[in-house]
Write a protein that binds this ligand. Structure first.
Ligand code: SF4
Length: 718
């Protein structure tokens, strides 16, 4: 059954009177002849959907946590939304992707609202709060929130007016557009501004990021879009966010005494995490500490703007700013370029030069005076700012940021937390030449965008305390949470204890809808011949499927190599990741007959192409995480040191979930059919392969190419 849409809502059925909602059983809604069957023209009874809804209702009623794997086709959003609405409690729904956020807000909630309460008065499209009060029936109050960076900061906009720091005519024109838009927008959400270029640097200067916000002291506080969003959320029954916003808010609240105005989410009884397989990664990114040369540069830039705009007369401060910039550039240029403990040095397989910073102590022995020198000038800046009489609010913000920077640098270089991995990330970006940096003895030439990072190795204890112990009920759901029909892996990674568990049987007939082929005679993935053989097999398979395929690779290098080798050899249009933005490529794939897309990990999830246009998904290798990545390395080491087996307890289950995600691109509806291919036959030959096979849906499995031809032969004859 397709997802409900507003146009799919029948107007013939009667709504459920408000007073009866609490007495409406889930079966009366989801069951045959029930409310859903009357309201949805493509209704089908799905036992899994009812089972999931019952489990969610029990979890909310009994104040328990719940973990549910519900495959594509379950209709899981309605299965959790109805119990939420019935409960009358305030609930936060957090998703992994913007697509799902939008589906919930613009389709699923309005559908349920109409089914339960009748047609609503027209609400303004895109308004952040839906469900205005109706005289006749209770409406839902639903709030759709994005990260703060999506909203305009009015104070920055007005402060910048008339300032000569805009770059070029384009930026001046964009600024004028923003000034006009500010007069008419109700939300401040940049998504309304379709004419603003996606990557314009101007938005970076004007968005409502927490770092620059001065909260209730701001002159625009009452008219601020973040203030409005916070108030709307406080009045809402259902708050729809994404995982990044949720964990950014949680981490800000954990440090609440330093940023009392930064949290935007109100208290809630329950949280539903949809696409919950992403939680560990997102939580990890918000519970760490990071300082880069760019962060120091941004602080100094804001300091200099404040000195100029607020007429803080201080030659000392300007000189100090120059000294900090110089010391920062020098310090970051001294940081190692690779991990000497890794024989291959800065490996191309590690994205963006991420490597462990094992030898911080040795580094400080050699360059301690440069580090202390940098900290001293930052401390001096803090004191100078403190000493300013009648400080404007912007100066208070700078004091907080200077204090944080000092503390973060100390933590990154001097702390020895057992549960933390310290590492360095070198990202491409502005070169020194572009940034106008002069060099000293050639040393500055190394300092581009360098990030010092400290990341928790295990987030389970943090999540237990800050999440699972804090909310009375948490529901984790996704199509890919279970490994070998159990949740041990995800529960241990997230610190989830005592939760109810449910695996919802699929609504799809995977056995007849998909054939899973593994070529038994491929060389091993480390064999020098692998890429050449992969190219030959992919060409063969694409001839059978007539293109219409995603070829998904575990590395950019492999993607590029196979793509280049196939150029001119295929009769089908070839699309390559990186040649256009992701959404544009997916759109092109949908509209180009027989297209073949070559892509890597970012296309393994959140991509939905229904119908024949996608009839084949080929994956080159079992998607094990890169073992030399500093976080993966530290997690593996911690598991081994505590007596576990990092390969079986961590690497394999993580790869199982990623593989399920990748293959999950193929069957998106009851009518989809197609071929799944894994070119890595370790899944057949190695003992651990059984875990993968037992975790995948019950596709028809084969190692015989003729069976694949037969499968498509039938399709061709139809
Ligand atoms: S309160 Fe913060 S985000 Fe809002 S306008 Fe003021 S500085 Fe900007």
């Amino acid at each position: 059954m397709p997802e409900p849409t507003q146009s799919a809502v029948s107007s013939a059925a009667s709504p459920v009177p408000q007073f009866e909602l609490s007495r409406l059983s889930l079966y009366q809604f989801f069951g045959p002849g029930g409310v859903l069957s009357q309201r949805h023209p493509a209704y089908e009874f799905r036992r899994g959907q009812l089972a999931m809804a019952s489990a969610v209702e029990e979890a909310i009623d009994e104040k328990r946590h719940l973990i549910v794997e519900a495959g594509t086709g379950t209709g899981k959003t309605l299965a959790y939304l109805l119990p939420i609405i019935k409960s009358g409690k305030r609930v936060i729904v957090s998703t992994g992707t913007k697509n799902l956020q939008e589906q919930l807000f613009f389709k699923d909630v309005p559908f349920l609202e109409r089914a339960l309460f009748g047609d609503a008065p027209e609400s303004k499209p895109g308004a952040p709060v839906s469900g205005a009060e109706s005289q006749a029936a209770k409406r839902l109050k639903v709030c759709y929130m994005k990260g703060r960076q999506n909203y305009l900061c009015r104070k920055k906009l007005y402060d910048l007016t008339g300032q000569p720091i805009l770059n070029g005519l384009d930026e001046i024109n964009e600024f004028r557009t923003l000034l006009d838009w500010d007069k008419e927008t109700n939300t401040g959400d940049r998504a309304e501004l379709t004419t603003l270029p996606e990557n314009t640097p101007l938005w970076g200067k004007l968005n409502a990021s927490a770092e620059h916000c001065i909260g209730s002291k701001c002159t625009e506080f009452e008219r601020c879009f973040i203030t409005a969003m916070r108030r709307q959320a406080a009045e809402s029954d259902i708050i729809i966010v994404n995982h990044h916003l949720f964990f950014a808010d949680l981490s800000v609240k954990l440090a609440a005494e330093k940023a009392p105005d930064a949290g935007v989410l109100p208290s809630a009884a329950c949280v539903i995490f949809d696409e919950a397989h992403e939680l560990e990664d997102v939580a990890t990114s918000y519970f760490g500490v990071s300082v880069s040369n760019l962060k120091v540069d941004d602080l100094l830039r804001d300091l200099e703007i404040t000195i100029r705009d607020k007429k803080v007369i201080s030659t000392d401060l300007l000189q100090l700013s120059g000294r900090i910039r110089e010391r920062s550039q020098f310090f970051f240029s001294l940081l190692p370029e690779s991990d000497p403990q890794r024989p291959e040095g800065r490996s191309s397989t590690v994205p963006d030069g991420r490597f462990a910073f094992h030898d911080r102590t040795e580094f400080l022995e050699e360059f301690g005076s440069e580090f202390i020198g940098l900290k001293n000038v930052i401390r001096q800046l803090h004191s100078e700012l403190q000493a300013i009489p009648n400080k404007p609010d912007e100066v208070h913000n700078l004091i907080r940021r200077t204090d944080e920077l000092h503390a973060q640098l100390s933590f990154l270089m001097e702390s020895h937390e057992k549960n933390t991995v310290y590492w360095i990330e070198r990202r491409g970006g502005r070169s020194n030449r572009q940034r106008g940096v002069t060099t000293e003895g050639g040393k500055f030439a190394k300092a581009e965008n360098v990030f010092l990072q400290a990341t928790p190795i295990d987030v389970s204890a943090i999540l237990r305390q800050s999440l699972f112990d804090r909310f009375e009920s948490i529901v984790l759901t996704s199509a890919t949470l279970a490994v070998a029909n159990g949740f041990d892996y995800i529960k241990s990674r997230l610190g989830l204890e005592g939760a109810r568990e449910l695996i919802v049987p699929s609504h799809f007939d995977y056995e007849s809808q998909a054939i899973f082929y593994v070529p038994p005679d491929m060389p091993g993935p480390r064999d020098a011949n692998f890429a050449a053989q992969a190219t030959i097999r992919i060409r063969q398979l694409l001839e059978i499927t007539r293109g219409r395929a995603f070829c998904l690779f575990t590395s950019h290098a492999q993607m590029q190599q196979v793509h280049d080798a196939l150029l001119g050899q295929l009769d089908y249009p070839m699309l390559l990741q990186g040649s256009a933005p992701k959404t544009a490529l997916i759109e092109q794939f949908r509209s180009t007959p027989n297209a073949v897309l070559f892509a890597t990990s970012s296309f393994w999830q959140g991509v939905d192409v229904q119908g024949e246009q996608l009839s084949c998904v080929i994956i080159d290798k079992i998607p094990f995480a890169v073992p030399s990545d500093p976080i993966v390395q530290a997690r593996s080491q911690a598991i081994d040191e505590s007596g576990g087996n990092s390969f079986l307890d961590f690497s394999v289950p993580a790869a199982v979930i990623t593989l399920k995600q990748g293959f999950g691109r193929l069957i998106r509806s009851l009518n989809d059919r197609g071929l799944l291919v894994l070119l890595d036959n370790r899944i057949l030959k190695m003992r651990y392969g059984k875990v993968f096979v037992s975790s995948l849906p019950a596709y028809t499995r084969t190692t015989d190419l003729r069976k694949v031809e037969e499968f498509f032969g039938c399709t061709h004859d139809e």
